[in-house]
Ligand binder design. Structure first.
Ligand SMILES: [Zn+2]
Length: 147
């Protein structure tokens, strides 16, 4: 038995003319094509930018805009960049949780900036193992990128 009787959990309502996001949870993440966007758009983005009425309308452009330029997506960064900002603004008691995350996350690049931010915020002594782990990841990433 589907959770949503409107869309049968597909998140998509077919009107005959077009596909619209359902108002349920599945509708938030269902993917749609918009004529003037290059790449799929989520149901949440459809409601936010492309339906009538919508809070932040984006109107037809002469050339297709990349889906990655939609307002909500511009704020998102890859982990190896966002973690630097998060470390710099971390409260003291948050460092322990961040250290656990850093120790189990594969980080492809930006190790030096992360190490610098971490050392500045956490100091050198208390979380030596985090810095050692980041340095090791950097060495491994450099070896991997050469081959
Ligand atoms: Zn639904």
């Amino acid at each position: 038995m589907p959770k949503c009787s409107e869309c049968k959990d597909t998140g998509v309502i077919e009107t005959g003319n077009n596909s619209l996001p359902c108002n349920c949870e599945a509708g938030e993440v269902a993917l749609f094509n918009v004529a003037w966007v290059d790449g799929p758009v989520t149901g949440q983005e459809m409601r936010r930018h492309f339906l009538n009425p919508c809070p932040e309308p984006i109107s037809a452009a002469a050339t297709k805009i990349p889906a990655s330029d939609l307002p909500g997506r511009r704020r998102l960064k890859p982990f190896h960049e966002s973690i630097v900002d998060v470390i710099q603004n971390a409260l003291w008691f948050e460092l322990q949780g961040l250290s656990k995350l850093l120790l189990v996350t594969k980080i492809p690049k930006n190790h030096d900036a992360i190490i610098e931010a971490w050392t500045r915020r956490a100091g050198v002594e208390r979380y030596k193992h985090v810095v050692a782990s980041l340095r090791q990841q950097k060495a491994i990433a450099e070896l991997t990128n050469k081959s």
